[in-house]
Each structure stands twice: as structure tokens, then as C-alpha cells.
Design a protein around this ligand. Structure first.
Ligand code: HEM
Length: 108
């Protein structure tokens, strides 16, 4: 289901302690998330990823919208070994809204 990007901007507040998006976004505790939908896993230059994300990068794995939604529902359950400390977004609508928002930072 298509999410609402305006609501997604609000959901993204839960991520902002650790992640930035938009023009000039820098790595924080987590990597910047510009273009994250369909971006290769573990691909931001200069960010010190866990071995888990380095291995996914080496395999060429990609953050599709479907994978992102499963991951964000419960990060540690979906991807053991990830060093992202976040409980997750249990509501499907929150995840859809957030992904609609983040898709706005993909170059078309
Ligand atoms: C990694 C999204 C919340 C810290 C990632 C990645 C995504 C993501 C997609 C993988 C990036 C890549 O492969 O380049 C999100 C979203 C959040 C959120 C959408 C909110 C809903 C947080 C929070 C923290 C955090 C609150 C800090 C407390 C990290 C760290 C990594 C990471 C440290 C790197 C993990 C590793 O190398 O294993 N995040 N995140 N994230 N995130 Fe988050």
C-alpha cells in the first residue's frame, strides 16, 4: 500500500538521532540515508559498518522497499549481527509512510 510521505517525515523523527537525509546529509551514529530505497547494503563510503553489513555489501545485496519494511519491523530479528540499536516499527502503516518519505530522497 502507498504510504503518506508527510506522515513518514514524522515517523523519521525516530531515526534522526542516528540518521540524516536530504541535501548535505552526513553520517551520524548511522550512515546517511539518501537514496536508501534500492541502495546497495553497506555502501556509504567512510562509514564503519558491522561485519554483517560488510558481508551483505560483498554479496551485492540491496535494500529494496520490501526488505526495508521487513528489516524496520524488527531490525535485530531480521538481520542478526546488525549494530543498529532500534526496537523497530511494528505498525505496517508507519513503515509504508516512512518508505514513502525516504523514497523522496532517491534521485529519479
Ligand atoms: C544502519 C535505517 C534508526 C543506527 C541502517 C540502515 C538502514 C537504517 C536502512 C542500513 C544502511 C546501509 O546499509 O547503508 C533506519 C531507519 C530508522 C533507523 C529508517 C528509524 C526508523 C536508527 C537508530 C539508530 C540507528 C535510532 C541509533 C540508535 C544505525 C547504525 C547502522 C544503521 C549504527 C549501521 C549498522 C551496522 O553497521 O551494522 N539504519 N535506522 N538507526 N543504523 Fe539505522
Amino acid at each position: 500500500p502507498a504510504g503518506d510521505p508527510a506522515k513518514g517525515a514524522n515517523v523519521f523523527k525516530k531515526c534522526m538521532a542516528c540518521h540524516a537525509v536530504g541535501e548535505g546529509a552526513k553520517n551520524k551514529v548511522g550512515p546517511e540515508l539518501n537514496g536508501i530505497v534500492d541502495r546497495k547494503m553497506g555502501a556509504v563510503e567512510g562509514f564503519n559498518y558491522s561485519d554483517t553489513l560488510k558481508e551483505h555489501n560483498a554479496k551485492g545485496d540491496v535494500w529494496t522497499a520490501e526488505v526495508l519494511s521487513k528489516y524496520l519491523e524488527n531490525p535485530k530479528a531480521y538481520m542478526p549481527g546488525i549494530k543498529m540499536v532500534f526496537a523497530g516499527l511494528p505498525k505496517e502503516t508507519d513503515r509504508a509512510d516512512l518508505l514513502a518519505y525516504l523514497s523522496g530522497f532517491n534521485a529519479d
